[in-house]
Design a protein around this ligand. Structure first.
Ligand code: GLN
Length: 529
């Protein structure tokens, strides 16, 4: 197993996750099997209980792990399925150590950060690295992204563990990449001082970078590279410039041009094979159409729905259609915001705030033949809207939102749940699709596996009435409703599951393909009308 550890300096938000995923892609394009681990130095056990408006999307893995959104980037860039163990947090590490202490595993020792916490961290990294990617197949290379910025108190034990691993492993089995910012001043000059300082901070912890990736508005020229090299002892050819790219999937190409793969394969003593160009073709498809899709959200930040944004992009690219997103505030949006859009999407969410605005948007889509895609909460609200408007039960709502007719009710197994962390219906479930429906045509299969994250479901008591009124439940899991759609509508489809967690540039998600295709058709028809 070879390890590529990625640390970050200067400030957060440098795109360390995308850089890490892109490094993996360079090696994957050369035929190596790559896996990835994200270290998050916070005390939460996982991201499941964290506010997405502060921390960004909670990504859901097939095993039900609620993890940092960077794992979504790894899965999308590397076409792999990661597990909960690939997201190591301070919370998990301390929990495991304290459990061992209580069991008496440390045989009377004083339990300390070094060696007990650092040993546990090393054990977690190795265990995640060796986890099979597919049955019987493990990775050749493991990326390890250390979250946070070098110098943070929280990340100290992790960097110490990495320092120890570096000393224990043969030289060619671990490479350290440090990602920094190279700002451009008002005169247009590149400033290397922040990089010098952050490398100094890293060295104080006993770590010396092998490669520096400098995030910059422009390509870092040889003069600045030589300067960085002189101050950091990193050879100039291993100072890699990561210029802002128009699209995240173009980043591997930028790093390729900079010769990063040559340096990496040399340091890791790997054969530098000819890269397969398939990925580059996929992600640089030209657009011939353009659509605008409204996403109705109560959050002010787009990172909350990063997987949805990316899934629209994947489907769009496959259909040569550029998807522009118009973010609409769920609390204030009305008809005039929806007048010139080609499709409406209501994403997942929790709590009462903004749901009436989302329901208004769904009604508008249904009544005006605008393509609609509903996801999780967007599925539940589509059912509520249909119950109110078509079945005629005006006080229809979800048990989550308060009193009324609960057409959406708590899942029976959730009734006694007390703890919030890791207790929803999470991860992979098999969904059966009904032949002759839109969802069946999109997947072309009677059975699909998709990821879930919810506590509520369609109340079985209402299913009969909804079906009589024309709502088609086209996907089910046992007696649980998973997909609904409407006939005599260009595209009105909603899923209880989250198909966005399985979409990638090479495997766009079927519901998203259907939605983007319908939006494109809707646009063309409106234009020719
Ligand atoms: N709040 C809803 C539920 O818990 C929907 C969840 C979601 O959209 N992820 O069932």
């Amino acid at each position: 197993m070879k390890y590529i550890v990625v640390t970050g300096g200067v400030m957060s938000g440098l795109g360390k996750g995308i850089t890490t995923a892109s490094v993996g892609r360079l090696l994957k394009n050369r035929g190596y099997r790559v896996t990835a681990v994200k270290i998050d130095p916070y005390l939460n056990i996982d991201a499941g209980t964290m506010n997405p408006a502060q921390h960004g999307e909670v990504f859901v893995l097939s095993d039900g792990g609620e993890v940092d959104l960077d794992l979504g980037n790894y899965e999308r860039f590397l076409d792999i399925n990661l597990k909960s163990i690939h997201n190591i947090t301070t919370g998990k590490v301390y929990r495991d150590v304290i459990e061992k202490e209580r069991r008496g595993d440390y045989l009377g020792a004083t339990v300390q950060i070094i060696p007990h916490i650092t040993d546990e961290i090393k054990h977690c990294i190795r265990e995640a690295a060796h986890e099979e990617l597919t049955p019987g197949e493990t990775a050749d290379i493991c990326l390890v992204e250390a979250g946070g910025t070098v110098g943070d108190i929280e990340s100290m034990p992790f960097l110490e563990a990495i320092r120890q691993m570096h000393g224990e492993l043969p030289r060619e089995d671990m490479v350290l990449i440090h990602v920094t910012l190279v700002p451009v001043d008002t005169m247009g000059d590149l400033k290397t001082k922040p990089t010098q300082h952050s490398v100094k901070a890293l060295r104080e912890l006993g770590l010396h970078p092998d490669i520096i990736v400098g995030r910059c508005k422009q390509v870092i020229g040889s003069h600045a590279k030589k300067k960085i090299s002189a101050f950091t002892d990193v050879p100039a050819r291993a100072v890699i410039s990561a210029k802002d790219a128009p699209d995240i999937y173009q980043v591997p190409m930028e790093l390729e041009k900079e010769g990063l793969a040559d340096v990496l394969t040399e340091y890791l003593n790997l054969e530098n094979r000819e890269p397969d160009a398939g990925w580059y073709h996929t992600v640089s498809q030209e657009y011939t159409n353009r659509i605008t899709v409204a996403i109705v959200s109560k959050y002010g930040i787009e990172d909350v729905y990063i997987s949805i944004k990316e899934s629209l992009k994947h489907a769009g690219r496959a259909l040569s259609t550029e998807v522009n997103i118009r973010w609409l505030d769920a609390e204030t949006c009305d008809q005039k915001d929806l007048a010139d859009i080609d499709g409406i999407l209501v994403p997942g969410g929790f709590g009462k705030r903004g749901i009436e605005g989302k329901i208004r948007a769904i009604r508008y889509a249904r009544e005006n033949n605008i393509p609609y895609l509903g996801l999780c909460l967007g599925f539940q609200l589509a059912v509520i809207e249909y119950t109110r408007s078509v079945v005629g039960i005006e006080d229809a709502t979800s048990e989550e939102m308060g009193p009324g007719s609960h057409v959406i009710a708590i899942l029976p197994e959730q009734e006694d749940v007390v703890d919030l962390g890791g207790t929803m219906r999470l991860g992979d479930c098999t969904v059966n699709l009904k032949e002759g429906t839109q969802i069946f045509d999109l997947y072309g299969s009677r059975e699909v596996v998709e990821r879930h994250r919810h506590r509520y479901e369609v109340n079985p008591e209402f299913i009969g009435r909804l079906e009589e009124a024309g709502l088609v439940f086209s996907g089910t899991c046992g007696n649980r409703m998973e997909v609904c759609e409407i006939r005599d509508h260009p595209f009105f489809l909603a899923t209880q599951f989250h198909p966005e967690f399985k979409s990638s540039p090479t495997h766009p998600s079927p519901p998203y393909l259907g939605f983007v295709g319908a939006c494109r058709k809707n646009k063309i028809t409106t234009q020719t009308r």
